[in-house]
Design a protein around this ligand. Structure first.
Ligand code: SF4
Ligand code: SF4
Ligand code: SF4
Length: 371
């Protein structure tokens, strides 16, 4: 299947109603470590990966259907416990495990599986959401040569992959990055571009419709706002913007609260009124597949600093007065306090060193007049 050519109506339906791949209780898809890389090569144009195209087609279909699909990364590290017993002729009566011969003979594939686990910083058998997994891989592996073409070029016992120098993986990884704004503006026109050959864009029409509906509701009808704690701070980072942003509703919400500081705001965990038009928001699953992990900790860290529990409701002005009183800087929350980046999906925000919070506090933004 050419994933980028799916009928727009079908895309829309698939997006809204994911199969058993999605949802919080979805069973992880088991994938061998190096097949994760072969899938990238195939998305980049390779038609004959050594593992066979069938070994990665199912994975590519799952990624296309749901960017946050859980993946269990496998590598056969247990077969080595039997190798000594097999090689040593006086090994005694102990049975060898099922499929031992084939598993033992696949030592070159096993080495690559473990290389991928090492790059990801995980033990075999670990589960990661697909997006987090691939963004970590892309960050840590510039090219597949260092995994798939490391042995002697003439070796029969450690054969190189004939595709390792072809640039298939690199075509996906190195495509020019697209901002959230680009993605939301262009939608399916970006299909096939870099990572968007593996992960499906929302359609442009879908995002524009969501923007119109959600922004219109905030501006004209909403008499109660529902905002995640993290976004209360993001609203400050965009406080100079006067025109609405295509990719979210931060500006509309700020203006609504400036107009009416008494409007009640309920602090919700997870995606909120900000997210409707965003490309990386999955409306069917109500999840942001790029920030679902780290923003969850930030939401809770902010609630702790504000001494409020999830679901607490306060007038907007009081809420911001509390923020200005109890949070010293964005670095405390958006940079974790220590600025540490342990892995891609726990990265501090690029804006964490900014002074938007201090400037908003000085201006009394939204909180003006609240004691
Ligand atoms: S170069 Fe590596 S990742 Fe790409 S098809 Fe060959 S074995 Fe798979
Ligand atoms: S630093 Fe980044 S995450 Fe933090 S409030 Fe600003 S935009 Fe949002
Ligand atoms: S939390 Fe995620 S879905 Fe919501 S606006 Fe931010 S990037 Fe988009």
């Amino acid at each position: 299947m050419n994933r980028a050519s799916v009928d727009p109506e079908q895309r829309h339906t698939q997006r809204m109603t994911c199969s058993g791949l999605s949802g919080p209780d979805a069973e992880p898809i088991p994938v061998r470590g190096h097949h994760l890389l072969c899938a990238v090569c195939v998305a980049g144009g390779c038609e004959t990966p050594p593992c066979g195209i069938e070994a990665v087609e199912g994975l590519l279909d799952a990624l296309w259907e749901y960017a946050y699909v859980p993946i269990r990364v496998s590598a056969d590290i247990e077969v080595n416990r039997a190798h000594y017993l097999d090689a040593y002729e006086d090994r005694g009566e102990r049975e060898l495990p099922d499929g031992y011969e084939d598993r033992a003979a696949d030592y070159a594939g096993r080495r690559k599986d473990l290389e991928v686990c090492r790059l990801l910083g995980i033990a075999p058998g670990s589960v990661l959401p697909a997006w987090a997994l691939y963004m970590t891989l892309f960050e840590r592996l510039a090219g597949v040569r260092s995994v798939c073409a490391t042995g002697d070029a003439q070796s029969d016992v450690w054969p190189r992959c004939p595709h390792a120098e072809a640039g298939y993986y690199e075509r996906i990884r190195d495509a020019a990055p697209t901002s959230l704004e680009d993605q939301t503006e262009q939608g399916e026109a970006l299909d096939g571009h870099g990572r968007w050959a593996m992960f499906r864009m929302r359609t442009r029409e879908d995002m524009l419709t969501a923007k119109d509906d959600s922004a219109g509701f905030i501006e004209e009808d909403a008499d109660h706002l529902y905002i995640r704690p993290q976004h209360l701070l993001c609203i400050l980072c965009t406080m100079e913007a006067q025109d609405p942003l295509i990719q979210d509703n931060l500006v509309e919400l700020r203006k609504r609260m400036e107009e009416d500081p008494d409007i009640p705001v309920t602090l919700v965990e997870g995606c909120c009124m900000v997210c409707d038009p965003c490309n990386v928001y999955h409306p069917g699953e109500h999840v942001c597949y790029t920030t679902h992990i780290k923003n969850q900790l930030r939401d809770l860290n902010i609630l702790e600093k504000l001494d409020l529990e999830p679901g607490a409701t306060l007038p907007a002005g009081e809420l911001y007065a509390r923020i200005y009183e109890r949070i010293g800087s964005l670095m405390e929350v958006c940079g974790w306090g220590d600025g540490l980046k342990t892995v891609h999906f726990w990265a501090p925000c690029g804006g964490a060193k900014g002074d938007a919070l201090e400037r908003a506090r000085d201006r009394g933004l939204i909180s003006d007049g609240v004691e």
